[in-house]
Design a protein around this ligand. Structure first.
Ligand code: SAM
Length: 274
C-alpha cells in the first residue's frame, strides 16, 4: 500500500479531472483519510462499504487501518484503473463495484457486520442517507454504523435538537433510528478541488430499536406536514392530515405548539395517532 504512487500523481496519470456533476472533491492527504477510517471504529471483521472511492484516498486509508474487506461502489468508470492498482496492493481485500450507489442493495455487498464509510458525493448525500435509514427502519442490523463526510449544514441537521433552525425532518428520521455524533470538521482547502462549504464527518449508530414505536410512512407524513409550515402552529400545519385538533387531543400536545418545539418521541406519538 505504501508503495503506491501519491494520489496527485494517480489523478494526473489516469486523467481524473474532477467532475462537478459527480460531486467530486478528492482528499489527497492520507493522514486525513486514515483519521476518517479510524473514526469508523473496528474494521477488522465483516464488510466495509465505501461509496464513491474516486482515486482511492479513503480506500487506502481504510485498508491501512486494517479493514478486512472493503467493497467500493463508484459510478465513474474513469476511476477503474486507479482503483485496480489499490486492489492489487491489498490482495483479496478490495472489491470494486461500478454502479450508482442509489441503486445498490447494501445486504448484497457482503456479510455483516456491515458499515458504510464514505466521503459522500454531496449531490446525492441526502437521498443516500434517507435510503439507508429506510433500510434500517426495516432491519436495524443491516448496518452496524455509518461514518460519512457531508456538507456541514447537512451534518448539523442530522444531529440537531428541538428549537434550533437546523432541526427538521432529517433530524427526526435520523435520531429516531440512530444515535448520532458529529466527529470533526474539514475546511474547503482539505479537498481538491475545494468545495464552497465546510464539511463535517458524522457517525450514525443504528439503535437496536427505534426511539419510540411509529410506522415510518405515518412519521414521514406528520413531519412533512408540520415542517412544511414550520412557523405555523400545529393546529394549522397539521390540517392537511385531516382533523388536526383531534390528532393533537389524542396525543396531548398543545394546539399552539410549532413543529420545531416537538421531540422525536412527540412526532412518533403523532404518527401513531394518525
Ligand atoms: N472517496 C474519494 C475521496 O475522498 O477523495 C472521492 C470522494 S468524492 C466527494 C465523491 C465520489 O463519489 C466521486 O468519486 C464520485 O465519482 C462518486 N459518486 C458520485 N455519485 C455517485 C453515485 N451515485 N454512486 C457511486 N459513486 C458516486
Amino acid at each position: 500500500m505504501t508503495a503506491l504512487p501519491p494520489l496527485r500523481e494517480v489523478i494526473a496519470t489516469h486523467g481524473l479531472a474532477a467532475r462537478k456533476s459527480l460531486g467530486q472533491h478528492f482528499l489527497l492527504d492520507l493522514n486525513l483519510t486514515r483519521r476518517i477510517a479510524r473514526t469508523a471504529g473496528d474494521l477488522a471483521s465483516g464488510t466495509t462499504v465505501e461509496i464513491g472511492p474516486g482515486p482511492g484516498g479513503l480506500t487506502r486509508g481504510l485498508l491501512l487501518e486494517d479493514a478486512a474487506r472493503v467493497v467500493a461502489v463508484e459510478k465513474d468508470p474513469r476511476c477503474r484503473a486507479a482503483l485496480s492498482e489499490v486492489a492489487a496492493a491489498a490482495p483479496g481485500r478490495l472489491e470494486l463495484l461500478e454502479a450508482d450507489a442509489l441503486q445498490v442493495d447494501l445486504t448484497a455487498l457482503g456479510p455483516g457486520p456491515r458499515r458504510v464509510v464514505a466521503n459522500l458525493p454531496y449531490n446525492v448525500g441526502t437521498p443516500l442517507l434517507i435510503a439507508w435509514l429506510a433500510r434500517i427502519a426495516e432491519d436495524p442490523t443491516v448496518l452496524e454504523s455509518i461514518t460519512v463526510m457531508l456538507q456541514q449544514e447537512v451534518a448539523q441537521r442530522l444531529v440537531a435538537v428541538p428549537r434550533t433552525k437546523q432541526y427538521g425532518r432529517l433530524s427526526i428520521l435520523t435520531q429516531w433510528l440512530c444515535e448520532t455524533r458529529l466527529q470533526f470538521d474539514l475546511p474547503p482547502r482539505a479537498f481538491v478541488p475545494p468545495p464552497k462549504v465546510v464539511s463535517s464527518v458524522v457517525r450514525l449508530i443504528p439503535r437496536a430499536q427505534p426511539l419510540a414505536p411509529a410506522p415510518l410512512p405515518a412519521l414521514e407524513r406528520v413531519t412533512q406536514a408540520a415542517f412544511g409550515q414550520r412557523r405555523k402552529m400545529l393546529r394549522q400545519s397539521l390540517k392537511s392530515l385531516g382533523d388536526a385538533q383531534a390528532l393533537l387531543r389524542e396525543t396531548g400536545l398543545p394546539e399552539t405548539a410549532r413543529a420545531e418545539e416537538l421531540t422525536v418521541e412527540d412526532f412518533c406519538a403523532l404518527a401513531r395517532a394518525l
